[in-house]
Design a protein around this ligand. Structure first.
Ligand code: HEC
Length: 133
């Protein structure tokens, strides 16, 4: 029963993220929840929290331009899930990876939880790709 439930959850998560457009929409929701306070609405920088910090939260709309026009998908994924170290995001630990593990992923086990977490992070990265200027 548990196995069946996990499969159903994983299948529906994959269905939700099957098209980039839907993934972008889901990613925008994740972005507004977890990132906009610092990086600003639409990734333009200057979110409300950034004024309280000593390190400037950079706009995220120029990531592709800074990388010869190619959106740096791998490094963005690594920054979000914590594999890459960005000073303000905490160092050496998967700060956002842990955030995206909750709370839905906590209701399922093993690989299904992993799919949900990766799906959320990937949709966020698709959203960031969609706002590049
Ligand atoms: C508490 C404020 C804060 C939050 C919340 C935050 N960031 Fe950041 N972020 C920063 C700061 C500050 C930097 C620049 C760090 C530095 O230069 O050392 C940064 C850097 C980055 C970079 C690297 C930018 C570049 O030009 O190389 C990316 C990508 C990024 N953040 C993505 C995100 C995403 C995606 C989220 C949401 C999951 C997020 N950040 C949430 C403050 C924040």
């Amino acid at each position: 029963m548990r196995k069946f439930l996990s499969f159903k959850v994983a299948a529906s998560v994959m269905a939700v993220f099957a098209t980039p457009a839907l993934a972008e929409e889901a990613g925008e929701f994740e972005y507004m929840n977890a990132c906009a306070a610092c990086h600003g609405e639409g990734g333009k920088g200057n979110g409300p929290v950034s004024s309280l910090m000593t390190v400037v939260s950079p706009p995220l709309t120029g990531l592709a331009a800074a990388n010869d026009g190619d959106f740096p998908m791998q490094s963005v994924l690594a920054i979000i899930d914590g594999r890459a170290d960005v000073r303000a995001h905490g160092s050496g630990m998967p700060v956002w990876g842990a955030v995206f593990n909750d709370p839905l992923a906590a209701t399922v086990s093993g690989q299904s939880a992993d799919y949900i977490t990766r799906g959320r992070i990937l949709s966020l990265a698709y959203y960031l790709e969609s706002i590049q200027e």
